[in-house]
Design a protein around this ligand. Structure first.
Ligand SMILES: *[C@@H]1O[C@H](CO)[C@@H](O)[C@H](O)[C@H]1NC(C)=O
Ligand SMILES: *[C@@H]1O[C@H](CO)[C@@H](O)[C@H](O)[C@H]1NC(C)=O
Length: 567
């Protein structure tokens, strides 16, 4: 007893002597070390300014999640009854207490912050590094990405005043490191050699064994070529890191591969953070052109918008991800499908930031938007192939409120593409909608890869499409590309064409897809049962009957999907 009391007094005394005026600070987020591939270069200049963002705690996310599942589950009476912008905002806007607590702390510190989201849950401000270190008990330093030389000012931990706990969700950028490379597709030369004839179905052009074009996807997945009719049914393609979508290349692509539609069919542009879409042929981006050519060129007649996110207010994709989702949440009539072919390894992102973004996808899902992301191109090694001892899940594929798209190749049979990222999140627990599908797989897998993946995490991808040998036109040149970057726009086109039929029939668009895909939608997919995604010195996960962490539940069949959605 005496000893305990003695210790108690000693610690109080130390506290009192230390910093009489200081508030009590609580460690808020930290990371175990510098992420692989980065090195510490040195302290950041104290007078250098940094842009910080604060996220306030959202008031009632649990109820938002409940409503999201309710409107997205086919067996629910409320299926398709998506929420309005006001209904979503009311559920998640931070409480007045949180707003007041954060604002009065900012005021005490002479900081004027800008609100950067419609619900008021994100604020931003600029301060010198010295002040940021003081405000958050942080150690902002310069880190360099070894391979690309990309520099970032980050800290390995930060604290917040005790009275802001429960009000302040996170400070960014702090412990989240940037993604130096995104998820670019691999641009390869046109394949000249005569490929073997893999055609088994008479309707699939034999050329599809060598290169994939819109006609191949239409044949393989029974996608209609007839134009969509509903102008409210927008499809959004996001673009980052100065990847520009070129209109002349799109025209060339359509002239060659969609002779049945007008070659002047195009897309509209939306910009954010000083984004632009310059049209000189040398600035055409492989990723952006791929994404636009396989949406405008496959989702026939669907109004497609290219959202080009600039670099005014970001030093990585994640700020861009945040700005896109916040901007769409602020729209009264957001696009019904959004496809993104960028992502990064989950372990580079703080849990709080991952959660915050994931919750934003849930909000858009509740509004009736299908959120699609490419799963990554490194097999079980993550977004890109890399050395690893444990499997590396990608973000945002580990988020349970979006749809992760993996890749396949061939069609006789259709097989998993070996780069298709898949696995299990370390941040997000397995959602109810997939427990039965995933536990079946883990059981069938037995001891293979045990200890290398998190068997309680959310499994991804959810679904897959072709992702190898896609014909694209970039800067006037034809070539083929591969990657899950091919798959996400392909699926986006299919979902948009389904939405067109649904809306024309007076029904709601599909919205958040997973509860449908894992229930009444499963039988409308082609199960992929061969191939695997090697990485980390293993053979990766094998594709198997049912769901697997390479191709998800399988690939889409438009006709079967039409009947699965009741058309
Ligand atoms: C490839 O298969 C298709 C469809 O069965 C057939 O029409 C075509 O003649 C074949 N081509 C070659 C080179 O074998
Ligand atoms: C495994 O995933 C769960 C979420 O389901 C998470 O809470 C846990 O921390 C993860 N384990 C590791 C070692 O990352």
């Amino acid at each position: 007893m005496v000893a305990t009391r003695g210790l108690f007094f000693v610690s109080l005394f130390a506290l009192a002597l230390g910093k009489p005026m200081a508030r009590s600070m609580k460690l808020h987020e930290s990371r175990e070390g510098i992420p692989e591939g980065f090195s510490l270069r040195g302290a950041a200049q104290p007078e250098q300014t940094i842009k910080l963002r604060l996220a306030l705690v959202q008031s009632n996310f649990a109820e938002l999640e409940r409503k999201l599942m309710d409107v997205s589950t086919p067996s629910s009476a409320n299926y398709g009854k998506h929420l309005s912008k006001a209904e979503v905002q009311q559920l998640v806007a931070p409480t007045q207490d949180s707003v007041d607590a954060v604002k009065s702390w900012l005021k005490e510190n002479d900081i004027s912050a800008k609100t950067i989201s419609a619900t008021g849950d994100w604020l931003s401000f600029e301060v010198p590094v010295s002040k940021a270190n003081e405000l958050f008990d942080a150690d902002f330093s310069i880190y360099t990405h070894d391979e690309t030389g990309t520099e970032a000012v980050r800290t390995l931990s930060y604290s917040i005043p005790a009275e802001l706990q429960g009000h302040l969700d996170l400070v960014h950028p702090t412990v989240t490191f940037p993604n130096p490379r995104g998820l670019p597709p691999v641009f390869t030369a046109p394949i000249k050699a005569e490929a073997q004839n893999l055609t088994s179905r008479a309707t699939i052009p034999s050329s599809c064994a060598r290169t994939i074009t819109p006609a191949c996807l239409q044949a393989i997945y029974n996608i209609p070529s007839t134009p969509a009719t509903e102008s409210s049914n927008k499809l959004a393609v996001t673009g980052f890191i100065e990847q520009f979508a070129n209109k002349a290349d799109l025209k060339t692509f359509l002239t060659r591969f969609r002779t049945d539609i007008s070659s002047s069919t195009s897309f509209t542009l939306q910009t954010l953070d000083g984004g632009s879409n310059p049209q000189s042929s040398s600035e055409a981006g492989v990723e952006a052109n791929l994404d636009i050519q396989y949406t405008v060129g496959v989702a026939t007649g669907v109004p497609t918008v290219f959202i080009s996110v600039g670099e005014d207010f970001q030093d990585g994709d994640l700020e861009g991800f945040l700005d896109v989702v916040n901007s769409l949440l602020d729209e009264d009539t957001p696009p019904f499908v959004m496809t993104t072919s960028y992502g990064q390894n989950e372990n580079t992102i703080s849990r709080n930031l991952a959660n915050n973004l994931c919750n934003a996808y849930a909000q858009l899902g509740a509004r009736g938007v299908s959120i699609l992301f490419a799963s990554g191109d490194g097999g079980v090694a993550g977004s890109q192939s890399a050395s690893c001892s444990k499997f590396v899940p990608t973000f945002p594929s580990g988020c349970p409120f979006m749809t992760s798209v993996g890749a396949t190749q061939g069609f006789s049979p259709e097989t998993a593409a070996d780069f298709s990222s898949g696995g299990f999140s370390n941040y997000f627990a397995i959602p109810d909608y997939q427990t039965s599908a995933v536990s079946g797989y883990i059981k069938a897998l037995g001891n293979t890869n045990s200890g290398k993946y998190n068997a309680t995490g959310r499994g991804f991808p959810d679904i897959a499409t072709q992702g190898v040998n896609f014909e694209v036109v970039v800067g006037g040149q034809s070539g083929t590309v591969e990657g899950t970057s091919c798959s996400s726009p392909t699926l986006a086109s299919i979902i948009s064409l389904l939405n067109d039929r649904l809306i024309a029939a007076g029904k709601s668009p599909l919205g958040f897809l997973n509860p449908f895909l894992y229930s009444t939608g499963t039988s409308a997919l082609n199960d992929i049962t061969s191939g695997s995604n090697p990485g980390c010195n293993t053979n990766g996960f094998p594709a198997k009957a049912g769901w697997d962490p390479v191709t998800g539940l399988g690939t889409p069949d438009f006709n079967k999907l039409l009947s699965a959605v009741g058309l």
